[in-house]
Write a protein that binds this ligand. Sequence first.
Ligand code: FAD
Length: 416
Amino acid sequence: MGTEFGELEQTDVAVIGAGPAGAVAAALLARAGRSVLVLERQHFPRFSIGESLLPQSMAYLEEAGMLQAVVEAGFQYKNGASFVHGEKAASYDFRDKHSEGWGTTYQVERAVFDQLLIRRAADQGVRVRFGHTVRSMRTGDEPVLEVEDEKGNAYRVAARFVLDASGFGRVLPRMLGLETPSRMPARAALFSHVQDALPAGSTDRDKICVAVHPERRDVWYWMIPLAGGRTSVGCVAEADFLDVPEARREAKLRELIRAEPTIGRLLGDAPFLMPVNRIAGYSANVERLHGPGFALLGNAGEFLDPVFSSGVTIALRSAHLAAQTLLRQLGGERVDWAADYDAPLRKGIDTFRAFVERWYTGELQDIIFYAQQTPKIRRMISAILAGYAWDETNPYVADPVRRLTALHEVCSGAPA
Ligand code: FAD
């Protein structure tokens, strides 16, 4: 059909965005024989933040036919997380955890990782267009997207279903007014990569390090060793605390790194390998994760906070669950997106939310640094830090708020 937008193309599924959520959903659908078109406004490789994966994500990469390529890519191996606050230190090994499944994963440069995933999706039959921006969508049983390429040519795509995996672009939530205020205060992050030159044995490269600011418990740092002697380092705080003019960002991050004893000792003078970036107000919420003819994946839906590296895991979990639900629908089954997709996905998001909220009040920090934790409870906490936030055999998933409150009373010496 010729229109002012040119030809109307047809596909089973159109995916907005070629990040991890889009790539994995697209691959899962293509593997099941569906025609899939991914529209991505940027060109890859492109920088993205979010470099520390959680072991739970490995199962989804495996199912999407991407695991071997990830394993062979030479990323920094990861088996846990360590936490420091002044003299206090705690280390969690993700192989020692309550839930079944992978206990190891990788710390990745996202430019390389994301390109690899979308290439593997393309190898499995997904059509991918870079430099194509989705401008609008008509929702309904037969959704239609309006797309524009870099030369300004507009065209339309008719799909049986649309998956919005547009990350912080949040294409459909913005367009359809689905955004709701986040319960998290507006926080910001200052971050960069450094040339680390860390002597062997000076730190455990197989774990990320999360450090609490010496004076402010609500301010924290990440140190994520990457392959090739590079380390990602960043600091997260309420937005005002990191509100510096662009020209002062590098000095501010340097000053913050030097103020924290562990990261300061390891990286205090390490040269920055890229301009110091600032990202703010990233927490986002939506009233629902689906609607007529579409579902929201990954960051296009909810984004909580980076402290437990849960972003990519939630993105891949959402991709997997949406692909399963959609395959049933395309196969002629009647599905209930609220019950089959929204509610089960939110279960794990809510587990992470309970952990994130208590991190910032300091309660979770008391729990993490509590030296007398029983091995059984340590394994339950370890499982969630490893991303197994949907495993309801774990009491801290089944009832996170009540369990964490009770555990904090024990760890802080308060009466039970
Ligand atoms: P993205 O990876 O953002 O991909 C979305 C894609 O959609 C982009 O390529 C974009 O170009 C494209 N797009 C957008 N709009 C359009 C449009 N109109 N048309 C076509 N394409 C479009 N997560 C972790 O797991 N570990 C971490 O250590 C971690 N650290 C973080 C630190 C900070 C400071 C922040 C803010 C986040 C962090 N995250 C982390 C979260 C992580 O960055 C995201 O959760 C993850 O990238 C989400 O993946 P996605 O596939 O949903 O979206």
